[in-house]
Design a protein around this ligand. Structure first.
Ligand SMILES: [Zn+2]
Length: 146
C-alpha cells in the first residue's frame, strides 16, 4: 500500500465560520500577555476538546491566537503550551511524554515541526498535513468581520 500523495496545491474554500475570543471560554487559560485571542469557532472547539484530554492538573495555555498578519492570519492557529492549574511550569516527565501534543493531535490539530508551540486546524498547513486538497479557512481580513 502506498502512502497518499501530497496534493500539488491546496485551495482555500472559505467556509465563512466566525471568530470567537478565547478569553471568553472558561475551559481555556489565555496568557495575560496574549496580544491576539481570536480563532475560528472550530479551532476553539478543538482546543476545548484537547483540554479535556490532558491529565488532571494540567491546563492548556493559549499564548497567542489569530491576528490579521503572519502565520495566524486565518484564525486557524494558536500558539500553545501547558501549565499547572495556577499557571506554573509543568515538570518534564522522564521518557519524553508529550501530553500537549497527544491531546492536540487527538483533537484534530496539526503541528508545525519547525515551531513546536504552533498548532492549527483548517488552514493550508493543516490540509497539507492531512493530505487533502482544500483548506477550510482563508485570511480573516477577507471575511469582512472584525
Ligand atoms: Zn504560531
Amino acid at each position: 500500500m502506498t502512502p497518499p500523495e501530497e496534493p500539488a496545491a491546496v485551495e482555500v474554500h472559505e467556509c465563512g465560520e466566525p471568530l470567537v475570543d478565547l478569553r471568553g471560554i472558561s475551559a481555556l487559560l489565555v496568557a495575560p500577555t496574549a496580544a491576539a485571542t481570536l480563532v475560528r469557532v472550530g479551532v476553539a472547539d478543538r482546543l476545548v476538546t484537547a483540554q479535556t484530554l490532558l491529565p488532571i492538573g494540567v491546563r492548556l495555555l493559549v499564548v497567542s491566537g489569530g491576528c490579521p498578519s503572519g502565520w495566524h492570519a486565518t484564525g486557524a492557529a494558536a500558539d500553545l503550551r501547558i501549565c499547572t492549574v495556577d499557571g506554573g511550569d509543568v515538570a518534564a516527565e522522564a521518557g519524553g511524554a508529550d501530553p500537549l501534543g497527544a491531546a492536540l493531535a487527538a483533537a484534530g490539530l496539526v503541528n508545525d515541526p519547525q515551531r513546536p508551540w504552533h498548532w492549527s486546524y483548517g488552514d493550508r498547513a493543516w490540509a497539507r498535513h492531512r493530505g487533502i486538497r482544500q483548506a477550510r479557512y482563508g485570511p480573516i481580513a477577507a471575511l469582512g468581520i472584525r
